[in-house]
Structure formats: structure tokens, C-alpha cells
Design a protein around this ligand. Structure first.
Ligand SMILES: [Fe+2]
Length: 513
């Protein structure tokens, strides 16, 4: 346990109260740890720990009054918590949805740790995490996975149960953690007889309360909790954390611009509250500085990108269309000028064996058929200037791997400076990971994807099943296993490796292993 019984002294209570406008309560009466625990953004010397108090996760404010609560935390070297190396008390503030973010420092690099939280008599489940290698270290390998797109109503999070059993250093989650649309009382296609959600879940999320409730619903899933408790996550968002296909300040539907910024502020705030992110990521109004770099010694630097907040509106009317002149207008951007410069400069100076670009939308050209070979204007295909800048940088530095979510299909793609020149060598590779659930059970062979492969020789593999991509980086080689489930509309699917591809750092190009 925590070593000494948690009794808040009068002095401690006064201190917490002075820092906060809300009264401090001793503890909720029923178990507040219904949403599990998480860790994220590993550094050599530390990691972020997360939990959120939610005794009634389906209720507004998760059943808590507008009061702040002290929450004790512990980090130990063993899962029995006999060797505690760090501990302290954090505040679960009502103003931040009773979330807890602990930025633990002073840990050893490249080590496993265990952590847990406590309020009075309630102890959270324990999580396992792992710090990053020392900045000066030259690790032999990095094991990671990419996952994305977990529409609760499309099926069970079985893939997360399997992710929790993988031996990973870090998990990159590439967006669509929640979906904003209606959830019926039995969870849509889950048809979960044990679930009886209130009607409020039928409302499309736009207020802070509705977003908080939506995250609480997702986080009650035991498989998702297992994946968070097994490995540190490095997360970015895509569109559904706010609204389908939004672009910076431009909503999907016609509403006054200021109304959409209020909506976006609610969404970003709930995102920060519910993710293991450091304080510098905390939003101010509708702005949230999410893009950042994580280092894994000199083996890999990961650039976690945000292709939603700063992008120009989709060209040519959005959707899958023949290219129009607007697409090529100079000044149109997917990353925004600041993030683009930061990324290009960082790649040029990184000195790492590998640069990972953990991001949302497909970078490889993908022609959808039709006479002109239609393109998806929401992807990098709609933003050719930024793509040319990034692939130009990749051509000058070996070891670029683009990690992608969004489209609910697996692709292995070679990235060329000019996709019309299949005779030229690739400058980088892209792994597009399928969804955890979005799109339902899926199919191995999808005619649309096969047609794309026929017209685009840089697309080396496609698949339409659910799952994730498990990767291993060594000094010279990337290996990627496409892990797929047979179904998600019923729980309990086994997982298999559908395909394995490798790419050499010195000679990029994905080939079957
Ligand atoms: Fe998605």
C-alpha cells in the first residue's frame, strides 16, 4: 500500500485549497478509478502518469461535486510496490474534469516501472511503463506499435487486449481516439447487453461535458484500459476528436466561425484532460500545442505531428476528387508554416538512425480510379507543397518512416519524391495502420484497394481487416508486422500476422520478409 495511511493534514488541505478555487474533499465514497490508468511521452528521466476520478462514468461530471481531490501516486521498480522510488500527491481538479497528470522525473533510462494512484481507501489498478533510453545511448532496438481509429460503436476493442500482451517500448496512437457521433444505449454494433447508456450519449459531442462523458465511456473499456496500463502511449489526434474532416478553424457544417472555435476549445480541453500529456501541451482556449519530439537515444527520434490544427481548408471542395488548380496554390499547407519548419529543420539536424513521423493522414499518393485518377483532398494528396517539402528533407537524411492512421485500411507504401516516376528509388517508407474497430469486421481483400495497387506500384500491400502494426527498429532495419483480427463485432477474436515487411535504412523500400 502507500506505506502510511493517507490522512490529509490541515496544512496540506489549506495549501491545496489555496491553489484552487474549488473546495477540497477527502475522497469519493465509491471507487473513483473506473477509467483505469495510463502513462505517456516517455523521457530518459521520466514519464507522465494519468488517471481521472469518475465514480459514475456515464453521468455528467462523472458523479462528482465541484470539488478538488488529493490523489496520491507511487512509482515502484516492482509490481508488488515493495521498492517505491518516487511518490507524491497530485490534485484532481474539478476544473479539469478531475483528471490527474503527474510529470514524474528522476527515474532511470530504459527501465520498466510500475505505478498506481490512491484516494483514501481506494487504490487504482497498477500500470506498467518504460522510460526512454538515455539521450547519449545507442540502443540496438526499439519496439513499438501504431494504432488508430477506435469507434466504440463499431465493435470491441479486442485489438487493445492483444496490444497489451505485446512487448513494446512505446505505442503511437495516431488519432480518432473517440468519435463524435451518437452512441446508442447498447453501444451501437457492440450490442452490449450489459450496457444501458443514458440518452445523452445520443447527442453529438460539442460541449465540454459531452466530450468528458464520451472519453469516460471509452475509458471504461477493459481492453483499452489494459493497453494503457501495459505501455506508455505517445498520442496525437485526427479529426474525430473534434469533428469529421474539420480543417483548423473551418467546420464541416456551416456555423459562425466563433461558434466552431468554442466547440474546438471544448474538444481540445477534454482531449488534454483525458490523455497522458505534459503541462506544456495544455490548451489555451481553442489552441493546443500538440506537436512534439520524443527521442529514443540515437536510434530513433519520433516527431508526433498535428495535421489538423494548422491546415488550410481542403481543396477542390474536399472529398475524393479530380485535382483542381486550387490544390497546387502556393501557401496552402497541411502542417502550418511553424510546424513544417520545425519538422524539416529537426529531420535535417537529428543525427538519429531513424526519424519516425507519427501522424494522421496518408502521405503516399493514392489514386481512387476514374478518368483523372481522383485523389482524397483530406490527405497529403490535397497538400502537395508540404509533401514535397517533407519528402525533400527525407531524401537528404536516411531513415525516414511515416506512420499513419485515419483510413481504416492497412497499406505498406514506398514514398518517392515523384510518384509518377516508379523507376526512381524511394526516399522513405510509410506504414498505414488499419483501425482498432472503425469500419466493423472488415475484409482481407478489398477490391477498391486492389485497384489502387494496380494503378500505383508504390503501394506494396493492402488489407482491410482490423488490428494494428507492430514494428521493430534495429540500427539498419525496420520490420513491420501487420497484425489482424478476424472480427470485432463480437468479442474475443484471436490475432494473426497477416504480412511482414522490412525496409533497410540505407536503401528504403518495403519488401515482404
Ligand atoms: Fe477514423
Amino acid at each position: 500500500m502507500l506505506g502510511r495511511r493517507q490522512v490529509l493534514t490541515a496544512g496540506g488541505a489549506a495549501l491545496v485549497a489555496a491553489l484552487s478555487p474549488s473546495p477540497v474533499r477527502a475522497a469519493p465514497h465509491t471507487d473513483p478509478f473506473t477509467l483505469g490508468v495510463a502513462s505517456g511521452d516517455p523521457l530518459p528521466e521520466g514519464v507522465v502518469l494519468w488517471t481521472r476520478l469518475a465514480p459514475q462514468p456515464h453521468e455528467p461530471a462523472a458523479g462528482l461535486p465541484k470539488a478538488d481531490y488529493p490523489v496520491k501516486w507511487q512509482v515502484a521498480e516492482d509490481d508488488g510496490f515493495t521498492r517505491v522510488v518516487k511518490d507524491g500527491t497530485a490534485t484532481a481538479a474539478a476544473a479539469y474534469g478531475h483528471s490527474v497528470h503527474v510529470d514524474v522525473r528522476g527515474l532511470q533510462p530504459a527501465r520498466d516501472y510500475f505505478y498506481r494512484f490512491r484516494t483514501d481507501r481506494h487504490v487504482s489498478p497498477a500500470g506498467r511503463t518504460r522510460t526512454a533510453p538515455a539521450r547519449t545511448a545507442s540502443p540496438e532496438r526499439l519496439r513499438f506499435a501504431i494504432a488508430s481509429c477506435q469507434n466504440y460503436t463499431d465493435g470491441w476493442f479486442t485489438a487493445h487486449r492483444h496490444l497489451a500482451a505485446e512487448d513494446l517500448d512505446v505505442l503511437f496512437f495516431l488519432g480518432d481516439y473517440i468519435y463524435e457521433g451518437a452512441v446508442t444505449s447498447r453501444g451501437g454494433d457492440r450490442d452490449d447487453a450489459s450496457l444501458r447508456l443514458p440518452d445523452t450519449f445520443e447527442l453529438t459531442t460539442d460541449t465540454l461535458d459531452l466530450y468528458r462523458m464520451r472519453y469516460a465511456l471509452y475509458r471504461t473499456d477493459p481492453d483499452l484500459q489494459a493497453a494503457h496500463a501495459a505501455v506508455p502511449w505517445a498520442l496525437t489526434w485526427d479529426d474525430h476528436e473534434v469533428q469529421d474532416n474539420y480543417a483548423a478553424g473551418v467546420p464541416r457544417f456551416e456555423v459562425p466561425p466563433v461558434d466552431f472555435l468554442v466547440h474546438r476549445a471544448n474538444a481540445y480541453r477534454a482531449y488534454w484532460e483525458n490523455m497522458p500529456l505534459r503541462r506544456p501541451r495544455r490548451p489555451a482556449g481553442p489552441d493546443m500545442p500538440l506537436y512534439r519530439r520524443l527521442r529514443f537515444g540515437d536510434l530513433a527520434h519520433a516527431y508526433v505531428l498535428d495535421t489538423r490544427q494548422y491546415r488550410s481548408d481542403q481543396a477542390c471542395g474536399d472529398g475524393i476528387r479530380a485535382a483542381c488548380p486550387e490544390r497546387d496554390q502556393p501557401g496552402r499547407t497541411l502542417l502550418g508554416p511553424g510546424q513544417r519548419k520545425w519538422l524539416v529543420d529537426g529531420m535535417a539536424r537529428s543525427g538519429a538512425r531513424w526519424n519516425l513521423l507519427a501522424q494522421q493522414v496518408m502521405m503516399a499518393e493514392c489514386r481512387y480510379g476514374g478518368e483523372a485518377g481522383r485523389l482524397d483532398m483530406d490527405k497529403w494528396d490535397g497538400y502537395p507543397a508540404d509533401r514535397a517539402a517533407i519528402l525533400g528533407a527525407a531524401a537528404r537524411v536516411p531513415g525516414t518512416v511515416v506512420l499513419t492512421g485515419d483510413i481504416h485500411f492497412n497499406y505498406a507504401a514506398d514514398l518517392r519524391a515523384d510518384f509518377a516516376r516508379p523507376d526512381t528509388p524511394p526516399v522513405a517508407v510509410e506504414l498505414v495502420g488499419t483501425s482498432i474497430t472503425s469500419g466493423g469486421d472488415g475484409l482481407d481483400v478489398v477490391p477498391k484497394l486492389q485497384q489502387q495497387q494496380r494503378s500505383s506500384p508504390h503501394l506494396r500491400f493492402t488489407n482491410g481487416q482490423r488490428g494494428y502494426v507492430r514494428c521493430e527498429l534495429t540500427r539498419d532495419t525496420l520490420r513491420a508486422d501487420f497484425r489482424v483480427l478476424s472480427h470485432v463485432t463480437r468479442p474475443g477474436s484471436p490475432i494473426t500476422t497477416r504480412a511482414t515487411f522490412v525496409s533497410e535504412r540505407a536503401r528504403p523500400g518495403l519488401v515482404p520478409a
